[in-house]
Design a binder for this molecule. Structure first.
Ligand code: AHR
Length: 493
């Protein structure tokens, strides 16, 4: 029998709810057709925001939403997206599909969306093709409450009150699409640009520097060495790509070997977080600077017949496992990882939600976010997992991953089972528990077949269901878990 021992008496750090963040770029149908359909659309909307999509994300209680990119951020000029619609600049979205961007969704629309969702706005500034003055004035436009040229302009555009800007990143992927810079050069630019990201009033702007691409440890070293005291967070981007960029296939087209390779690649996030954390700790032993994994998730080939620049992909139980494994890693490293954003929210890459015309579906990834909700702002607990290794020689992985937390007397254990066949019994022990377990319940997300997805015709193929938990002692229980599954166990003690 596999086992998970939770150290119930050893409180770890708080799991920041911001780890459960989302990302919306002007890319494909994420904003247009995803969150935003415009007031005149036949699709039910609230002042232009798509009602079903807003409701789906409200149900997840998402903590923050990142915008406007991604690569788009470093060619976004915020003044193009304010004022009367008819005067807004029409431009080409050169990164993503070469389509016309009419700027009908801009700063006001973004803050309006966050208000509707009840989440924090996370804005990404433009370093690659923008000036210091432009970034500085955008921050003034968004946050200054007194009289100034930018606050007057905001008022003229219909919003007298300043907004709060809790999260702001200075550039995106400046090692690549954001300017192809070297770390030393970007570190200097970061020092300069962030100086003019002024904090007006008492609400803190959490300043994030552009961090490394996956395993580029030198980037982290240089940024931390040159600029750590001037930042609150350093970003990290890592996608689960299988087996490599050139060999990618659509999300529902994979072999058993591909399954294991995907799981192995998802698990690589553990190595990345550990190694970047080690470097950061050299310069920041108190872990003041957060690792902000503001782009993560699967990146498969686009669905047949769709615009290659729109990155539209379907989602199977394989994506759910990637989400479960990754979020377990973040929970287990919540002392350093304090903000994260899956890429992306709607119709792009590993989306929790997909839309087509008037229809909307929840993907398996949506359910994982739903099942992991109890971890938000809970106290993390360490776990020891004993499971077998599975997969072919070049893709050996542990079959089970887990994380645990508690809020007072309610304990949550989330786990993934990457086996492709059979079922397994898992024993869960709350070691060091004071008192005894009163009751326990669980939900499970699984699929009979690995290629199945929720489609617009069959939206409920993969859905969260109840799972039986058998108590077997004062602090012990066991569950029987089928292959390819993500499970949440909630224990009342
Ligand atoms: O999420 C898609 C793209 O991936 C983003 O625009 C970019 O930052 C990354 O390369």
């Amino acid at each position: 029998m596999d086992s998970i021992i939770v150290n119930a008496d050893l409180d770890g750090s708080q799991i920041s709810r911001d780890i459960y963040g989302h990302f919306s770029e002007h890319l494909g149908r994420c904003i247009y057709g995803g969150f935003w359909v415009g007031k005149d659309s036949e699709i039910p909307n609230i002042n232009g925001y798509r009602k079903d999509v807003v409701e789906a994300f409200k149900e997840l209680e998402i903590p923050n939403l990142r915008w406007p990119g991604g690569c788009f951020a470093d060619e976004y000029h915020w003044r193009d997206g304010i004022g009367p619609y008819e005067n807004r600049k029409r431009m080409i979205n050169t990164h993503w599909g070469g389509v016309v961007e009419d700027n009908s969704f801009g700063t006001h629309e973004f803050f309006g969306l966050c208000e509707l969702l009840g989440c924090k706005p996370y804005v990404n500034g433009n370093v690659g093709s923008g000036t210091v003055q432009e970034m500085s004035e955008w921050v003034e436009y968004m946050t200054f409450g007194g009289e100034s040229p930018m606050s007057k302009l905001r008022e003229a555009n219909g919003h007298k009150k300043p907004w709060k800007l809790p999260l702001f990143c200075v550039g995106n992927e400046n090692w690549g699409c954001g300017g192809n810079m070297k770390p030393e050069y970007y570190a200097d630019l970061y020092r300069r640009y962030q100086t003019y990201v002024r904090q007006y009033g008492k609400d803190k702007i959490f300043k994030i520097a552009c961090g490394p691409n996956a395993a580029d440890f030198n980037w982290t070293e240089v940024l931390m060495r040159e600029a750590a005291p001037l930042m609150d967070g350093l970003s990290l981007h890592y996608y689960t790509v299988e087996p490599d960029w050139n060999g990618r296939k659509p999300a529902c087209d994979f072999t058993e070997k591909d399954w294991y390779l995907t799981m192995r690649n998802a698990g690589f996030m553990e190595t990345l977080v550990r190694r970047h954390d080690e470097i950061m700790t050299k310069y920041d032993p108190d872990k003041r600077v957060a690792l902000v994994v503001d782009e993560w998730g699967t990146w498969f080939a686009v669905e047949k017949g769709t615009n290659p620049g729109f990155l539209y992909q379907q989602s199977t139980i394989r994506d759910a496992l990637v989400a479960g494994i990754t979020l377990n890693i973040f929970n287990n490293h919540s002392d350093r990882v304090r903000v994260a954003n899956i890429a992306q929210a709607v119709n792009v890459l590993q989306s929790p939600v997909l839309t087509e015309g008037t229809k909307m579906i929840k993907t398996p990834t949506w359910y994982v976010f739903h099942m992991y909700k109890p971890h938000m702002d809970a106290t993390s607990l360490t776990t020891r997992v004993a499971s077998n290794q599975i997969g072919p020689k070049d893709a050996r992985i542990d079959s089970v991953s887990a994380s645990a937390s508690h809020k007072k007397n309610v304990y949550t254990v989330t786990l993934t089972n990457a086996e492709l066949k059979g079922k397994k019994e898992i024993n869960i022990t709350l070691a060091g528990l004071k008192g005894k377990i009163k009751e326990a319940s669980a939900t499970i997300l699984t699929s009979k077949e690995m290629h199945v997805c929720n489609s617009f015709d069959k939206p409920n193929e993969i859905k969260e269901k109840a799972l039986e938990v058998k108590l077997s002692g004062a602090n012990e229980m066991f569950i029987t878990v089928p292959a390819m599954s993500v499970v949440t166990v909630q224990i009342q003690a």
